[in-house]
Every structure is written in structure tokens, then in C-alpha cells.
Design a binder for this molecule. Structure first.
Ligand SMILES: Cc1ncc(C[n+]2csc(CCOP(=O)(O)OP(=O)(O)O)c2C)c(N)n1
Ligand code: SF4
Ligand SMILES: [Mg+2]
Length: 310
């Protein structure tokens, strides 16, 4: 089997296959929410029938970015805020790969915010998990784009003057076609949401609340969560943009008032970018990397293309 084809064997898949044999064990602090994402992924991947060879995990920089050192899939640890462009390129070069991009709130909503908007707009077929701990964890707790107003840290010692970003609303207005929020303190829901996101055909965004006990002791992610699908207090249609928008707005307000609402918010069937490109005959029929092994393949070098434009 060629690894580039990313076609796993038809067989029982054990979640232990996703635990690297030789790599070090996670260096996250005790009690870190990042463990919850890793665990949920290890449970979800075999349940959706994916083998390690079929999955590529692309991460940004941060405590969250260490994810692919601890998950035995193909991995690409990129630079700060750039997991999405790399993930997009990989998916376009090999449509057979199950692509999971991941990173922190600083990574994805701050420095990489532009990529987030446009990857959602273009509806690239992948799962994007944002570890939202409301701080820059790796660099020791600075205020991030999701830190609440008034949040005190070394960078905002008198309290954050800025209002936090609204990740769910931003994903919706940008064009994401699956949007959910889950929490590390809620492992069963997290696993189910990851499974749905992987199965979804298009850009699936998960705002994953991950507590940082070391640098963010005030985070509201510690308080009990409410699942908006299970609670009788909420009734809305995830296929309705208007109703989803209202529910997201309420959820984002509630988080900083002490109520953690989680669940699925929006699901839409708009065709993915990859499907649109297939319609146009512009997707490679086999993984681009396979061409490397074809002796008679006529490579198009960048300088050949420049020649054409003279
Ligand atoms: C271009 C660039 N700017 C700044 C940094 C320093 N830096 C590394 S991680 C990080 C923030 C991480 O915060 P977040 O993305 O929320 O991830 P977390 O550690 O909380 O999981 C920063 C600012 C960097 N590595 N590269
Ligand atoms: S600093 Fe925070 S986010 Fe980073 S590993 Fe420790 S608890 Fe987790
Ligand atoms: Mg963070």
C-alpha cells in the first residue's frame, strides 16, 4: 500500500494505534484541557473508521501545537497561525487524506485569524479544532483574543480593555458549514462532535474549551457545562442560519457571565471547495506525491511557468 494513497486496511482499529511508540509522553501540565482533546481524538478516529495512515494532523504553535507529537498520524507542526494554509495545501494535493488542523486561540483567532476566515469562506474539507483556553499558554499566560474583558495578566495588568472575539459567530459569518463548541471537561460530547466534524464534507470548526490551570485560573471553562441539544431550555434548528446566529450570540455572551453552553450550532450542506474543484476537473486524480515516483512524468517547474508568461 502506498502511504500517499492514504487508504487504510479494512480492519478493526484500536485507539492505541494512535499513541506513538517512541515519542515522549505529553509534557502538558497536570490538569491541562489539552489532554481532553487528545483523548477525544484517539477515541473518535477509530470510531469513524480511520487508520493512522489515513490522517494528517497539522498544528500551529503553542501548548496546543504539541498535539501531533502525541498523536500517531501523519503530522506537520507548522509556524504560529499557519496551520490552515498548510492543511489546505495538503488536502488539495491528496484528497484521500483526512485532514485535521489544530491550534490555540491565539494561533487561530489572533495571528492566524485571516486564514480562519478565508478557509471557512472557501469551505475547505477539513476539521479545525481550536483549543480555546483564553490565554497564550505556551508563552506564560498573556491575554489572548478570547480573554474576557477585564482579564488580568502580565500584558493587561489593569484588566483587558478589549472585548473577546466571538469564535462561533465569526465562523458562521465567514462561511463554515459545521460549527460546534465542546469542552475538555465533557469528553463524551467532545468525542461525538469530533466524529461529526470528521464525517462532515466541508469546513468543520470546533471551538474546544480547554482549561489552562497554570495560567488561567479564572476561566469559566471549569464551571459545569450545558449541552444545548440536551437541555430543555434551548430549542433551535441547527440548519437555520438565523436561529444558529441567535444561539451563538447567546452562548458567547453567557460564557463570560458564568454559563458554559456547548453543542452543535450550525450544519449546512454547501459543497466543499474540493467538490467544487472536482466539478471543474481541477483536482488531481491521484495524490500529487505519486508523480515523484513516475520516471516519465513531465514536471512543471516554476521557471517553466515563468517562461510561459514572457
Ligand atoms: C510569529 C510568532 N509570533 C509569536 C510567537 C510566540 N508564541 C509562541 S506560542 C504563542 C501563543 C500561544 O497561544 P495559543 O495560540 O493560544 O496556544 P496555547 O499555548 O494557549 O495552546 C506565541 C505568541 C511565535 N512562536 N511566532
Ligand atoms: S501552560 Fe496551560 S495550556 Fe500549556 S500545558 Fe500548561 S495548563 Fe496546558
Ligand atoms: Mg491559548
Amino acid at each position: 500500500m502506498s502511504a500517499f494513497n492514504a487508504i487504510g486496511d479494512e480492519r478493526e482499529i484500536d485507539r492505541d494505534e494512535f499513541t506513538p511508540g517512541l515519542e515522549p509522553q505529553p509534557t502538558w501540565c497536570p490538569g491541562c484541557g489539552d489532554f481532553g482533546v487528545l483523548k477525544a481524538l484517539k477515541q473518535a478516529l477509530p470510531e469513524v473508521g480511520k487508520t493512522p495512515e489515513e490522517v494528517l494532523t497539522v498544528t500551529g504553535i503553542g501548548c496546543s501545537g504539541k498535539l501531533n507529537s502525541y498523536l500517531d498520524t501523519y503530522g506537520f507542526h507548522t509556524i504560529h497561525g499557519r496551520s490552515l494554509p498548510v492543511a489546505r495545501a495538503a488536502k488539495l494535493a491528496n484528497d484521500g487524506l483526512e485532514v485535521i488542523a489544530a491550534g490555540g486561540d491565539g494561533d487561530g483567532y489572533g495571528i492566524g485569524g485571516n486564514h480562519f476566515m478565508h478557509t471557512a469562506r472557501e469551505n475547505h474539507d477539513m476539521t479545525y479544532i481550536v483549543f480555546n483556553n483564553e490565554v497564550f499558554g505556551l508563552t506564560k499566560g498573556q491575554t489572548s483574543p478570547t480573554s474576557p474583558k477585564g482579564h488580568k495578566s502580565k500584558t493587561t495588568p489593569h484588566g483587558n480593555a478589549k472585548s473577546p472575539i466571538r469564535p462561533l459567530s465569526l465562523a458562521l459569518t465567514s462561511g463554515a458549514t459545521y460549527i460546534a463548541r465542546t469542552a475538555a471537561v465533557n469528553p463524551n460530547q467532545a468525542k461525538e462532535i469530533i466524529k461529526e466534524a470528521i464525517d462532515h464534507d466541508g469546513f468543520a470548526h470546533i471551538d474546544f474549551l480547554t482549561q489552562c490551570p497554570t495560567w488561567n485560573k479564572d476561566a469559566k471553562q471549569y464551571v459545569p457545562y450545558v449541552d444545548v441539544q440536551e437541555s430543555e431550555d434551548y430549542d433551535f434548528d441547527v440548519n437555520s442560519r438565523e436561529e444558529a446566529q441567535e444561539m451563538m450570540f447567546e452562548t458567547e455572551n453567557a460564557l463570560h457571565e458564568g454559563t458554559v453552553l456547548t453543542g452543535r450550532y450550525f450544519v449546512d450542506e454547501r459543497p466543499s471547495y474540493q467538490d467544487e474543484k472536482k466539478e471543474l476537473g481541477e483536482m488531481p486524480e491521484e495524490p500529487l506525491a505519486e508523480r515523484y515516483f513516475e520516471d516519465d512524468y513531465d514536471w512543471e517547474r516554476s521557471y517553466d511557468l515563468l517562461e510561459r508568461h514572457k
